[in-house]
Design a protein around this ligand. Sequence first.
Ligand code: AMP
Ligand code: MN
Ligand code: MN
Ligand code: MN
Length: 318
Amino acid sequence: MGGDVLWSVANRVPTTGDTGYGKMCSMSIQYDLHSHSTASDGTLTPAELVQRARRCGVDVLALTDHDTTAGLEEAACAARGEGLMLIPGVEISVTWQARTVHVVGLNVDRRHGALQQGLAHLRRFRHWRAGEIARRLAQAGVAGALEGARARAAGSIVSRTHFAHYLVEVGRAADVREVFRKYLVRNKPGHVPGQWAELDEAVGWIRAAGGQAVIAHPARYRLTASKLRRLLGEFRECGGEGLEVVSGSHSHDDSHAMARHARSVGLMASCGSDYHGPENPWTELGHLPPLPRACEPIWETARWPAGGPGERRAVGCD
Ligand code: AMP
Ligand code: MN
Ligand code: MN
Ligand code: MN
């Protein structure tokens, strides 16, 4: 089992006895297994995120910041007070066949050396890339981008999102999406090709830290079906276990297509909002459709700390 999972049960589910689990069976447990805080590019602190998750009816929340676990301790403390189960997670940036793919690690031991060394390497790359993005933006006539992005990054990483917030504030675009479209994606002035972790490295760090690796928001990569099958096959071969079938950025059709892929490759299904903060009103914590029928939820595994047999049947499937 992974790290410091906290199952704080105040006023909700008794910790011992059959009656307790029986009660749990009858409840529908709301999972949200992908979210961000100010430790990466979210705008709520880890404690604020946990409080909001609770208000939104989330029972089990994974904090999965980009390439850092720095927010987990604060989130775990807040979860204890809120009666919410916090799954310690991370979202690792990977380069696969010249594309960026995100791999979520769930239930990781944040103190594990191999995981931390790997993440530290990615943060060094981010640090270099931030300077490079700013240099290129300066050439395109946007001054002060590094300072601007850094000022908006509360944690240990600078992400393109922080650059986007700065560019919106200095009037270069109307919103974050427009900044990405005009400046930060391939063939645009502030784009810097990434060299993130290899797929097998990222999965290896997560597994070494006792966690489960999940391909995040698979429909976002716009891969052909055969290319996606190839990615999922390789992922499975190097020890990946899950696919984010339901995501805040997936349509109903995307989720059903991903459920079929998960099933045919033999991956379990996960669900997560990819919440970044209240200024994105189209995503909310825990506001997710159920997993399509026939999915095998990742929380059903023996290693999942809350995975009692009754609970397995009670949640997630329509
Ligand atoms: P980075 O890891 O620094 O390259 O930044 C990636 C992050 O930027 C993602 O996790 C999203 O939060 C955000 N992002 C990527 N593409 C877009 C987009 N088109 N519109 C808004 N946010 C985006
Ligand atoms: Mn992000
Ligand atoms: Mn992502
Ligand atoms: Mn994310």
